[in-house]
Design a protein around this ligand. Sequence first.
Ligand code: HEC
Length: 162
Amino acid sequence: MIIFASTPRLKAWAAIVVMAATGSLGGCGTDHTPVRGFVLPQGDIERGQEVFATAGCRYCHSIRDVDLPPFEGNAVLDIELGGKVYRVKTYGELLTSIVNPNHVVSAQYRAMLDAKERINPQSPMPVFNDLINVTQLIDLTAFLHARYELLTPQYRGYYYGP
Ligand code: HEC
């Protein structure tokens, strides 16, 4: 009976827990849902490379150490993706970069802007959400994720060894 009587309250708490878990309870901004720990189903890396080469990404991106077929159009920018980084980009981060380009504007691009533009940088990257389907998005993310390689940081600090 006690459980029965407190059900509405439990429901309210459950709703709050769900809101907190999904980030809709303030604190994280309102333009996005956090994607930490988000994992897409297994993608096909080769098909992802094909999507990358044909969906228009080449107007602005090259990929470190990948020979893509010659690009016919006029490149707009050259932001290199992939390569050796100190923290491998997660699926969630890569997915966010594609479906919500303004969420985080990459340091590489910010470094190309002058001081004034850097205050509130807008990504010139178009939104492809209506142009590629979900399978293509999954394959694309698998392809990009496989292009990042983790480096171990070399700390140059005090040496406490013998
Ligand atoms: C008109 C230019 C343009 C096109 C086309 C474009 N991008 Fe971008 N993209 C950018 C710019 C500029 C940035 C850096 C600013 C930012 O983070 O949004 C970027 C950032 C990214 C990042 C994050 C890089 C990082 O280091 O955090 C990913 C991943 C990415 N783009 C993937 C793609 C994919 C996949 C496509 C094709 C479906 C694509 N982009 C098409 C301009 C473009």
